[in-house]
Design a protein around this ligand. Structure first.
Ligand code: FE
Length: 193
């Protein structure tokens, strides 16, 4: 039985960048629906006793789609913080971004463009490989880069349900605002692990 983690803040904590109504609907309807659907699909199957990561690595089809969407959203919520601050200077993630010959501004532009051009529904990720090298990858629908052996460090949901109530079709404006609530300490923690 997979249960959703409680949101680590109030629905309105990310205002004005991500509005309370979007957070509420996204978490209590969309995210919850994936968890409910997953639980109904895995009942009486070999997946019932597995944790979420194991289900993602071992399943396909509707079970994979719902399990990955539960995981992706849990991480998406955990990467938010009100009053985000880029942690420049003596951090491993800022060195890694510089080593990639990105300035922070270049990195943001490249990530944003990748998310803008991610066709249809999906997720855009900052990941590291087993050598600690960074890259930006797009996935479609529920897909998660961990099935390609990559470690997610940051993600943004570009399904329309993530922004439509406030931004309608303006994905670029959602993304521009999204940077204001990214929890860089969490990215640093995952990168330096
Ligand atoms: Fe979503």
């Amino acid at each position: 039985m997979i249960t959703l983690k409680k949101l680590p803040y109030e629905f309105n904590a990310l205002e004005p960048f991500i509005d309370a109504r979007t957070v509420e609907v996204h978490y209590t309807k969309h995210h919850q629906w994936y968890a409910d659907k997953l639980n109904s699909l895995i009942e009486w199957t070999e997946f019932e006793s597995m944790n979420l990561e194991e289900i993602i690595m071992k399943s396909g089809g509707p079970i994979f789609n719902n399990a990955a969407q539960v995981w992706n959203h849990t991480f998406y919520w955990e990467w938010f913080i009100p009053n985000s601050k880029w942690i420049d200077g003596n951090t491993e993630i800022s060195s890694a971004i510089n080593n990639k010959r990105w300035s922070f501004e270049n990195f943001k532009t490249e990530f944003t463009n990748s998310a803008i051009w991610n066709f249809g529904s999906g997720w855009t990720w900052l990941v590291k490989n087993s050598n600690g090298e960074l890259s930006i990858v797009n996935t479609s629908n529920a897909a998660n880069p961990m099935t390609d052996g990559l470690i997610p460090l940051l993600t943004v949901d570009v399904w329309e349900h993530a922004y439509y109530l406030k931004y309608q079709n303006r994905r670029a404006e959602y993304l521009e605002n999204w940077w204001n609530v990214v929890n860089w300490n969490k990215v640093e923690e995952l990168y330096s692990r």
